[in-house]
Design a protein around this ligand. Sequence first.
Ligand code: SF4
Length: 370
Amino acid sequence: MFKPFHEVVSNVSKTILKHEKELGCPVIGVMPAYFPMELIDAAGGYPVQLWGNNLPLGKSDAHLQTYCCSVARSVLELELIGGAKMVKAYAFTSLCDTLINLREIYRRLFPKPTVELSIPFTQTVEARRTYLKSVIRSVVKGLEEITGQRITPDSLAEAAHLHGRTRALQRKLYEIRREKPGLMKNHDFYTATKAGFFLPAALYNEMLEDLLEGLDKFPAPEGKGLKLLLSGLVFDPIEIYKIFDELGVHIVDDDFANGWRTVSKEELQVENLVQGITEFLFNPAPCCCVYNPDNDRHPYLVDKVKKAGADGVLFWYTKFCEPDAFDRPQLINRLKEMDILAASIEVELSMTSFDAVKTRISAFCEIAEG
Ligand code: SF4
């Protein structure tokens, strides 16, 4: 059932080139996270999400410090070695200092156009909307210049429906995982999620519909394995999920920026685009990169663990991700206060040896089972 998704993820360039040719649309690389793909689709572009890759890092060291996260370094590496020739332009968000600076580096180094959706740090919803009004105007203008097509109310409504449907289908997949632990391998689940970063939304929706139909026929497997919830920015490297599969551990939910924090977003409301995007960026799941004092991560995470029936939380720390590192100690403390087991593992997207990670995961699972 998962074979088509594995084929996409094991050959990303081929997938993008094939669909670029079929669609005849310019490929726009989206730098994580929370850039509404709807805007790119509505402007006649083909959005592909770039959450990093596992390239060995070399050329990027001339432009980014080695203590920047491997997400930023690896996407820059891809462009520098000519591996992203099919990407005609880039869409950034101002998620963290690294990404803000990365856009400046792209503007200086490459002739490809860029747009940036700057996410405001303000106290009130009204202030957010006021700020976002001019930002959205500039993003829309930038995208229209890149694709040469106007974003119309109809194209926007159609794109909103398409991507809203994607996230609704993904939420169903999350629900099955929570309710039938062990039905899907962890590695299959994240491969199916990751494939959506590179496929046109309409095709991805069809693939998800087929998958869900197939999964629906199966009951929850018998037997009990350890149930974990993962939290972090990026769920890669997905090779690590094979370790959980070998250990018989079921990941029943997550709090990844490119997982549930995105998947949980409802259909973008486009009648009032500023209001719709404000809601889209700030809700419903809290994020370490988005300042929203009304949406506290601590009770949210505790509640999520309880609802998923998880035995513990493993923080998936992408090395040098500052926003994630700042929040983690307090989150772990809160979980421990609530008698919820929590620990963290440190990962890099370019890592090739998983022995140390395996030892750490095995130790954590032993403690949880004990
Ligand atoms: S992983 Fe963290 S530091 Fe890196 S781009 Fe994402 S939010 Fe920024």
